[in-house]
Design a protein around this ligand. Structure first.
Ligand SMILES: Nc1ncnc2c1ncn2[C@@H]1O[C@H](COP(=O)(O)OP(=O)(O)OP(=O)(O)O)[C@@H](O)[C@H]1O
Ligand SMILES: [Mg+2]
Length: 250
């Protein structure tokens, strides 16, 4: 395993009187798939939102790829190479696949050498190559996102992350709303990312998914990290005990 590319040191986040994150330490190394586990309300989404810049922690420091990113904006953090795929995906339903891969970074050309217009053909061609690389086939890239299945949308979100050379991909419950074949596809994509040395943080309540793809499991409970378990030591039974608080940290 490589050097840590992400280091979270002593991060705390409060919402009014509620402590959502309590002195959290967390690391991810290159080429590693880390599962983030915990019961509802444990603080998983809050932690990744602190990493992706949606929330600013009250205490602690986050370092990514040599940069202190604590308090940076989501745009700045995306610019450094962290792509977060939220459950609601933040894709544009009424645009086609190409436009979604380029969302916020549209390619323009000049019509008649004068007026800037978006270069849809270029964006579709590039998107097709990105999807091919991931072995994903979408019948027509002219399809609007609303007409794609949940799994195809996940794939578009992942293709976008790859196209823009993400150095870390965070997925919050990527398979929760998917059918079985689509879930497998997303898990295959996570394995492809690992082969390409791109680290992934995977939040999932599905133990089987976690056991299938994760190299390491970090369990949160009531805003604290309560376990950090390498895959070879993990069993569903042990993880569940940590999640429900029946096992103290070894
Ligand atoms: N914007 C917010 N304002 C106030 N409280 C919040 C906010 N976001 C989260 N919380 C609270 O912080 C705690 C952690 O929530 P978080 O969403 O991080 O949990 P989670 O581990 O992602 O849970 P789930 O598995 O249900 O998605 C919860 O008690 C939640 O109610
Ligand atoms: Mg959550």
């Amino acid at each position: 395993m490589g050097e840590p590319i992400l280091q979270v040191h002593g991060v705390s986040k409060f919402f009014g009187g509620l402590t959502a994150l309590d002195d959290v330490d967390f690391e991810v190394s290159c080429g590693e798939v880390v599962a983030l586990l915990g019961d509802n309300g444990a603080g998983k989404s809050t932690l990744i939102k602190c990493i992706s810049g949606v929330y600013r922690p009250e205490r602690g420091q986050i370092i990514f790829d040599g940069h202190v990113i604590t308090g940076h904006t989501p745009m700045e953090i995306r610019g450094l190479g962290i792509e977060t795929i939220y459950q609601d995906l933040a894709l544009a339903e009424n645009l086609d696949v190409g436009a979604n891969v380029f969302l916020g970074k549209e390619k323009k050309r000049r019509w008649l050498g004068l007026f800037p217009i978006t270069d849809d053909e270029f964006m579709r061609r590039e998107s097709e190559q990105a999807l091919d690389k991931l072995d994903i086939h979408i019948p027509s890239l002219r399809q609007k996102l609303v007409n794609l299945s949940g799994g195809q949308r996940q794939a578009v979100a992942i293709a976008r992350a790859i196209y823009w050379n993400a150095k870390l991909i965070i997925m919050d419950e990527p398979t929760a709303a998917l059918g079985v074949p689509e879930q497998r596809k997303v898990l295959d994509l996570i394995r492809t990312l690992r082969q390409q040395q791109i680290p992934v943080i995977l939040i999932s309540h599905t133990m089987q998914d976690v056991m299938d793809v994760a190299d390491r499991m970090v369990v949160m409970r009531r805003g604290r990290v309560v376990a950090n378990v390498p895959r070879r030591e993990a069993t569903v039974d042990l993880l569940v005990k940590y999640i429900i608080g029946a096992e103290e940290m070894a």
